[in-house]
Design a protein around this ligand. Structure first.
Ligand code: RNT
Ligand code: ZN
Length: 428
């Protein structure tokens, strides 16, 4: 069968019967290793993954705003046709993606996706009603909703500085924006349970930074002002970054800065997998952090050289993060989210690929006989420890997809192609 035939193929449609038969054999083998495969499938499907809205439109947002506003070091590259142009199209695209992703979902919105009915509303004037359509839509589908202030792509961020800006009036604008966002998050939380509100800012310097201290002092003050009011339905987190494009030398909100800020203020921390030195392990940060800082929000992404936001794959890094979350008993303190944007491939497929990869890695981690591996480690049997990674995994993944009524194997790709021909191709 060639690629063309595969994509037009109907026979590969999720076959529940076949998936269940294959699964039964695998389940027995997991039982021999002391692993409850049913329980693993159950848990893997129940962990909500908060999917970022900004994959749909290359982080453009819905605002009526001046051309040429700085993107804050974020760059979506590529011009594959079919990007969503309205809130309605983003919702349509996500609904299609969600049909092909097994397990519980949330949605993750940026403030720049406010729907103001064509009126220009500045970021410090946002109120809950600008997000009412999103909230109702999530409620209808049983999805939670998370939120993010948008401290980039705006004339007040033109120099790449927001909460650390030397000018008080600029800082105050962004403080007001973040406070408005926390209030939006609180109202979302009241309707849908709770809401993670994650603050990321681009603030930094391109080269040979002399004054590294003052921006950080200002950032402490700005964050304290933003977080002054306790909001019961909001889970606050802060997100660091190693560097942004055009801001390569210095980032005020570095890893150490935010980790200690979160620890001393009793809020959560966000680790984005694309925001560290290439060989630095985000997985290792989980057990090191969780005794002191909770929750940990994970932005699952894939860094490739200088880009922090490629579509996640079922690779060693993502698996290691999931393994660590399970082995260190940290699952209850982790909020799973995705953060990537690729404008060079079908954007709905990008969502499906990235979120399925995370769900798959969660299932893999839950199926791992890590207690046996830990025993091997204690007894000094390194070879046995490594050998325990050989698992009949594929059968369980197909079964998990079937249980969630989602296409297993590759049949989801054929559905995406149909959607592309019928819906995305009509957008120009
Ligand atoms: C940027 C951060 C941040 C953004 C979104 C759009 O490097 O990862 O999370 O991707 O807020
Ligand atoms: Zn991120």
């Amino acid at each position: 069968m060639n690629l063309r035939e595969l994509l037009g193929e109907q026979k590969v449609k999720a076959n529940k019967q076949r998936a269940t038969t294959n699964y039964n054999g695998a389940r027995e083998r997991f039982a021999e290793l002391g692993v409850d495969a049913d329980g693993a499938v159950e848990t893997a499907l129940s962990l909500p993954i908060s999917v970022h809205c900004w994959q749909a439109d290359d982080v453009r947002g819905l605002e009526v705003r001046a051309e040429g506003a700085d993107s804050g070091g974020l760059q979506a590259t590529g011009n594959y046709p079919g990007a969503a142009r309205t809130g309605e199209e983003i919702r349509q695209d996500f609904k299609q993606a969600a049909r092909l992703i097994p397990g519980a979902l949330r949605f993750n919105l940026h403030a720049m996706y406010a729907e103001t009915g064509g009126a220009a509303v500045d970021r410090d004037e946002l109120v809950p009603e600008h997000f009412a359509t999103w909230v109702d839509w999530c409620g209808e589908h049983g999805w939670g909703l998370d939120f993010n202030p948008t401290c980039f792509a705006h004339s007040m961020a033109a120099e790449g500085l927001t909460l650390t800006h030397p000018q008080k009036s600029v800082r105050d604008f962004w403080i007001r924006h973040c406070i408005a966002c926390r209030e939006v998050a609180e109202s979302i939380g009241r309707k849908l349970g709770d809401c993670v509100c994650n603050i990321w800012i681009p603030d930094g310097q391109k080269d040979a930074t002399v004054d590294r201290a003052s921006p950080r002092r200002r950032l402490v003050e700005s964050l304290d002002a933003i977080l002054q009011e306790k909001l019961p339905r909001v889970t606050d987190t802060v997100e660091s970054k190693l560097f942004g494009i055009g801001l390569e030398d210095y980032t005020a909100g570095s890893h150490e800065f935010y980790l200690l800020y979160a620890a001393t203020r009793g809020i959560g921390i966000c680790f984005d997998m694309g925001h560290y030195h290439p060989t630095e392990s985000v997985a290792d940060k989980i057990s090191a952090t969780v005794p002191f800082v909770q929750p940990i929000l994970l932005h699952i992404s894939r860094g490739v050289r200088w880009d922090s936001d490629h579509v996640p794959r079922f690779n060693d890094e993502v698996r290691a993060v999931c393994d660590e979350a399970v082995r260190s008993g940290a699952l209850e303190h982790i909020r799973w989210a995705t953060d990537f944007f690729d404008a060079s491939i079908n954007r709905v497929a990008a969502w499906v690929l990235g979120v399925r990869a995370l769900r798959k890695a969660l299932l893999y981690a839950l199926l791992e006989p890590w207690k046996l591996a830990a025993e091997a480690e204690r007894s000094g049997d390194g070879a046995a420890k490594l050998a325990l990674a050989e698992l009949p995994f594929g059968a369980v993944w197909d079964y998990a997809c079937a249980r969630a009524d989602v296409a297993g194997g590759l049949s989801w790709l054929a559905e995406i192609k149909r959607y592309e021909a019928e819906v995305l191709a009509e957008r120009s």
